[in-house]
Structure formats: structure tokens, C-alpha cells
Design a protein around this ligand. Structure first.
Ligand code: AMP
Ligand code: FE
Ligand code: FE
Ligand code: ZN
Length: 281
């Protein structure tokens, strides 16, 4: 069984429609794929229809952007939650709205130095999609400012850049609590991805575990080996599940479907725990 529990569509910052992500998963020889768009479940229905057609099983999911009180970015994967749960829905709606204003501010700042307009950015965003820096990167690529998204993130779009603006995001423990309240299974995404920015210390793991954290995404290309050793210790200490996934973004990232996998035993545990929605087979 080939199981990949982290992929994005153009409902957030992936480049393929949800149905195309499922088709690509089938093409990559996967048996199970999770659709985990940033702060949105808008792709679930289309992905479910494609899953029934292709025979790839779909785990409905989402990736929630969070920020600690110290200002460190944390991504939380949620599997099998109820997409209509009011508390969770309210938080992600707040984030999505804040992302819009934040992108506008970033574009205003960038426009002082680069040939970029708001319309250029919107051109790269599917209707209703969760707006992110990758869409601004796409507009900068189209304007010839950078070669690709990676170059944009390595220069003018990093969180250390003078054009970077933050947006509202819930604290990790609150997001974990809400995912649990919505019947979902919360898994800390790429926890030690130090190239993206600062990473959290042990205290944050403890808070997330106390709030109901279920697992750690250890096998992800952005987690360096040293960090993985630390994560294996944390997983053991708190009895957490361990997952592996690609974080596929279509043409938006080099990550390939199935480049990391999750075991059938872990998927079975996730399926037992998740009560807000069901795996589509
Ligand atoms: P934002 O949430 O708007 O701050 O943007 C962060 C998103 O950009 C993450 O979800 C990543 O998927 C994406 N991202 C981060 N680094 C890169 C990179 N080097 N190349 C392409 N996408 C990236
Ligand atoms: Fe992303
Ligand atoms: Fe992420
Ligand atoms: Zn992701």
C-alpha cells in the first residue's frame, strides 16, 4: 500500500485542480492520497468524485497555518474532521480573510520596487482559493523578476524580507483543540523545517500534546536528519503516530507524489480516530 497524506490543489497554493491531483496520484501508483489544502476544504467534493472514479482512496484533510505567541510559524495537518464545525470554520475563515489583506499589503510594498500589481497576483489565484505568498511568487515569475517560486522564497518573499507581512493565525494548541472538537486527527506538519524559519522548542510540543496532538510528520523532505532524531524521541515519549508524506504542490514545488509514505497501520489508527468525515473509497 502506497499512502501519501499531504498534497495541495489550486484550492490553495497547488497548481492542479483537486480532480487532477487525484489523477496524478493514480498515475504515481498511490493507493491513498490526502488532500490537505491550506485553511480550506473547498476541494473535498471534487477530489471525492475523482477518487471514486480512479480507485485511489481519498483522506479528506486540511493544513492549518498557526503561529506561536513568540511568532514562530507552525503548520498543523487535520484529517477526517467535520468541515462544518463552527469553531474550526470560524478560525480558518479569520485566517483566510487576514491572508487577503496581508497579500494586498505585501503587493503594495513590492510594487514600490518591482513591476507588480494586485491584478497580476489575482490572475494566478483560482476563485475562492486561500491566498498565499506562492501566488505572489507566480506573479513575480510572470513579470520576469524571478525564475521560479523557489527563487522568490529564497529572496524577496522570505519571512526575513522587508516585504514580508504577517497575518492572523491561531496558536498551535488552539488549532489542535479545534481539530479534535471537529472530530479530526491533528498531525504536526514538517515540524523541524528549519530552512523555512524558526522552529518551536519542546514546550510547544508539550502544549500541543496536552491539547490532543495525534502525530508528527517526520518523513518530509524539509525535516533535516538531526531534527528527525529529535522527532522520533518526542514521538516515543508522547506515544504519537509517525507519518511520511510528499507535500505535493503540482508544478509549484519539486516535491513528488509518493516521495515519502505513511504505513497502513498508521492510516488505520487515523481512520479509527477521525470521526468528523470519512475516507472516500
Ligand atoms: P504563506 O502561508 O502565504 O506565508 O506561504 C507559505 C507557503 O509557501 C507554504 O505553504 C509553502 O507551501 C510555500 N512555500 C514555502 N517555501 C517555498 C518554496 N521554496 N517554493 C515554493 N513554495 C514554497
Ligand atoms: Fe503550500
Ligand atoms: Fe506546510
Ligand atoms: Zn503543505
Amino acid at each position: 500500500m502506497r499512502i501519501d497524506l499531504h498534497a495541495h490543489s489550486n484550492v490553495s497554493d497547488g497548481t492542479q485542480a483537486p480532480a487532477d491531483v487525484i489523477e496524478s496520484a493514480a498515475g504515481a501508483g498511490l493507493d491513498v492520497i490526502a488532500l490537505t489544502d491550506h485553511d480550506s476544504t473547498a476541494g473535498w467534493d471534487e477530489a471525492a468524485a475523482a477518487a471514486r472514479k480512479t480507485g485511489v482512496a481519498l483522506v479528506p484533510g486540511m493544513e492549518i497555518s498557526c503561529r506561536t505567541a513568540e511568532g514562530i510559524s507552525v503548520h498543523l495537518l487535520s484529517y477526517l474532521h467535520d468541515p462544518a464545525h463552527p469553531g474550526l470554520l470560524e478560525e480558518i475563515t479569520k485566517s483566510k480573510d487576514a491572508r487577503h489583506a496581508r497579500a494586498q499589503r505585501m503587493v503594495t510594498l513590492l510594487a514600490e520596487d518591482y513591476p507588480l500589481t494586485w491584478d497580476d497576483v489575482i490572475h494566478h489565484v483560482a476563485p475562492g482559493a486561500t491566498l498565499g505568498r506562492p501566488h505572489i511568487a507566480d506573479a513575480l515569475v510572470a513579470a520576469g523578476v524571478v525564475e521560479d517560486r523557489a527563487e522568490a522564497f529564497g529572496s524577496i518573499l522570505t519571512s526575513r524580507s522587508r516585504y514580508w507581512v504577517q497575518h492572523y493565525a491561531p496558536e498551535p494548541a488552539l488549532a489542535v483543540e479545534l481539530v479534535r472538537a471537529a472530530g479530526g486527527v491533528p498531525v504536526f506538519a514538517h515540524p523541524v523545517a528549519s530552512a523555512r524559519g524558526r522552529i518551536v522548542g519542546e514546550e510547544t510540543y508539550r502544549e500541543m500534546v496536552d491539547a490532543g496532538l495525534a502525530g508528527l510528520e517526520i518523513y518530509h523532505r524539509d525535516n533535516p536528519e538531526e531534527g528527525r532524531r529529535f522527532l522520533r524521541r518526542i514521538a516515543k515519549q508522547y506515544g504519537l503516530l509517525v507519518t511520511g508524506s510528499s507535500d505535493y504542490h503540482g508544478a509549484g514545488k519539486p516535491n513528488l507524489l509518493g516521495e515519502n509514505l505513511t504505513t497502513p497501520e498508521v492510516l488505520a489508527r487515523i481512520e479509527e480516530m477521525g470521526t468528523g468525515s470519512s475516507v472516500v473509497r
